[in-house]
Design a protein around this ligand. Structure first.
Ligand SMILES: NC(=O)c1ccc[n+]([C@@H]2O[C@H](COP(=O)([O-])OP(=O)(O)OC[C@H]3O[C@@H](n4cnc5c(N)ncnc54)[C@H](O)[C@@H]3O)[C@@H](O)[C@H]2O)c1
Length: 328
């Protein structure tokens, strides 16, 4: 990517105080962009002011909610890029409170797109979608042509959110591209509970000297280190080849959850894991094995994961050894 692409550009990040949004903001600060971070800071979600420690003077923070159409109308104006990352991320919460997930992951997406259509049609949008929308894979690795058959409310709403972005691109010319993220991990990920991912609570357990709890264990997964996810977001924003397109992200390797737990303990220099049965209510929305085929984004944008899983786990553990108290 051309490092000049974002210099002096006006960038809005929804969900900008969250895990991926704040890591993206850090990179954009280095690239000299003019950044607004929009976040609701709803306590149950992943936003955390500590995520922007050290860059707080280089970004503007707007505490508002993507469900507020009036705020969105104002905030999208004059922006060159919108990284649309605000979301309700918990699959279990989406089953217990489907309406809130619908409001944030689906209805608010139309408000955001309508705000752009009416007040800033030349903006470029990158939307953070998810591999959850595939549901249980028919075959592995999963490419973008796989059927979309989500197994939970969150997957259905994210699928709609993604589809609206592509629709507005195709019909209204609001340039958008969408990335289907797989498990993303790294510094600033959520560790206080498993609303974002189980890997966060594993990290916390190890740093606190408790055993990691593995549910079953043979399930296969891929993981993207957050810096790689940020690179993909920036490439999708900067490259016209991404316009109107949807891409999978993936990882440098495929591991079972037991292998992952073993690797994490090794990298930590000690610790233990225990294997437990999958809780019944979670099993119902589990997708089994998943890993992505990311050849499409590699061919179109030259993206591939650069940070190996072992290195990424080490960097993440090091971060939480220093800062766990700010995240629990
Ligand atoms: N982390 C992953 O593994 C992963 C995987 C697939 C997709 N994604 C997607 O990437 C995006 C970012 O995820 P993340 O991992 O950084 O999660 P996160 O929870 O850390 O960040 C999301 C941010 O959105 C904010 N937010 C939620 N509802 C909002 C609202 N109504 N208005 C304004 N802000 C609101 C939260 O406060 C939070 O800061 C999400 O859309 C998520 O669905 C993440």
């Amino acid at each position: 990517m051309n490092p000049e692409a974002f210099r002096g550009k006006r960038v809005l990040i929804t969900g900008g105080l969250g895990f991926i949004g704040s890591n993206l903001a850090r990179k954009l600060v280095d690239l000299d962009a003019n950044i607004v971070l929009l976040d609701s800071l709803i306590p149950e979600y992943g936003g955390n002011l500590f995520n922007i420690a050290g860059i707080e003077d280089r970004v503007r923070v707007n505490i508002s909610d993507v469900r507020d159409e009036h705020a969105m109308k104002f905030l999208v104006q004059d922006q060159d890029y919108l990284f649309n990352l605000a979301g309700q991320t918990s699959h279990m919460d989406s089953m217990e409170d489907p309406y809130t997930d619908l409001e944030i992951n689906c209805r608010a997406q139309i408000s955001i797109l309508e705000a752009c259509r009416k007040h800033n049609p030349s903006i470029k949008i990158v939307f953070a979608s998810t591999r959850q929308i595939y549901g249980k894979p028919d075959a592995l690795p999963v490419n973008e042509d796989h059927l979309l058959r989500p197994v939970d409310v969150n997957g259905i709403n994210k699928m709609a959110g993604e589809a609206y972005h592509i629709l507005y691109n195709d019909v209204f010319g609001i340039t958008a591209s969408t990335l289907r993220l797989t498990n993303t991990y790294g510094p600033r990920m959520r560790v206080k509970d498993s609303r974002q991912t189980f890997l966060g609570v594993w990290m916390r357990a190890l740093v606190e000297g408790r055993p990691v709890e593995v549910w079953e264990g043979p399930q296969l997964r891929d993981f993207t280190y957050v810096d790689d996810a940020v690179d993909a977001l920036l490439l999708a924003a900067a490259c016209t080849a991404a316009n109107g397109k949807t891409f999978n992200l993936g990882g440098d390797c495929v591991v079972s959850l037991r292998e992952l737990a073993g690797m994490l303990i090794e990298v930590n220099g000690g610790g233990q894991y225990v294997v437990k049965m999958y809780p019944k209510e979670r099993k119902k929305i589990d997708i089994g094995d998943y890993y992505a085929d990311f050849t499409r984004i590699r061919a179109a944008l030259g993206w591939e994961p650069r940070v190996g899983l072992r290195d990424g786990l080490a960097k993440t553990l090091a971060y939480y050894r220093d800062h766990l108290d700010r995240y629990v």
